[in-house]
Design a protein around this ligand. Structure first.
Ligand SMILES: [Zn+2]
Length: 155
């Protein structure tokens, strides 16, 4: 009986592995109006010597997110990583806010970075990956630094 159980679980794990390989082999890219941000992300990575090609990602506007959440990277087993963007906030955001927000979420969904705590003494966030990520003005003032830090993940 024990032997039978073991064989079943081996079969199940083999099936899961096969499914995972199959899914990762055929990535899905559905980024619509956000394509320019993904291009910027790839270009900034390349400028820092990182060959990054985003080919498995969904980015979509979502009007059901609460107004405390600007965007969210959603990762589930066997599903394409998805960035849901709060439509209400997005529509009111400046270009710099939009780029800062997308770079943060791409940090989660593509670079698989977690949040990073901390501020400089003047209150500036030490990372775009801070839970409350820098808004446009701060991002614009320190863009090179934030992008260097984003792609130089040593936390
Ligand atoms: Zn985040």
């Amino acid at each position: 009986m024990q032997k039978y159980t073991a064989r079943i679980s081996t079969l199940v794990s083999t099936l899961f592995t096969a499914a995972a390989l199959l899914l990762s082999a055929c990535g899905k890219l559905n980024i619509g109006e956000f394509a320019s941000y993904v291009s910027t992300f790839e270009a900034e990575a390349a400028a820092r010597g990182q060959e990054l090609h985003v080919d498995n990602l969904v980015i979509k506007l979502d009007s059901s997110l609460p107004n405390t959440i600007r965007a969210q990277c959603q990762e589930r087993p066997f599903a394409t990583p998805t960035i849901a963007v709060n439509q209400t906030i997005w529509d009111k955001s400046s270009d710099e806010d939009k780029e800062a927000l997308l770079m943060h979420e791409l940090g989660h969904c593509v670079l698989h970075r977690d949040h990073k705590k901390g501020d400089f003494p003047d209150g500036t966030a030490i990372s775009l990956m801070r839970a409350v990520s820098p808004y446009g003005k701060s991002y614009e003032a320190h863009r090179q630094y934030y992008l260097d830090e984003l792609f130089d993940n040593n936390d």
